[in-house]
Design a binder for this molecule. Structure first.
Ligand SMILES: [Ca+2]
Ligand SMILES: [Ca+2]
Length: 107
């Protein structure tokens, strides 16, 4: 992983990983640069199984799709994908802050 590449900051690395992750799934069928419902499902279950435990269930995938597909074209493009990742990251951060506060308030 960290072989020949120049030093990349953690955030730059995270950005690259998000791009690579999206394209890893978006290229399977149809438009290479967007996620179809099937591709979205594979992406959710493979990459976000810990956060979206019930994504196997078809309704959950439909719901995520409906929420994400801002322009209603039945596909999730990179912008729509990044909104999902951003929203989940915010939720994780809230959890982290809450957890930290609890620790501090203890005394
Ligand atoms: Ca595709
Ligand atoms: Ca869309």
């Amino acid at each position: 992983m960290s072989d020949k590449t120049e030093t990349v900051s953690t955030l730059e690395n995270a950005m690259q990983l998000m791009i690579q992750t999206f394209h890893k799934y978006s290229g399977d069928e149809g438009d290479k640069y967007t996620l179809s419902r099937a591709e979205l499902k594979v992406m959710l279950t493979t990459e976000l199984g810990n956060y979206l435990g019930n994504a196997q269930d078809k309704d959950a995938v439909d719901k995520v799709m409906a929420d994400l597909d801002a322009n209603n074209d039945g596909e999730v493009d990179f912008t729509e994908f990044i909104i999902l990742v951003g929203a989940l990251t915010v939720a994780c951060n809230d959890f982290f802050l809450e957890y930290n506060e609890k620790g501090e308030k203890k005394k």
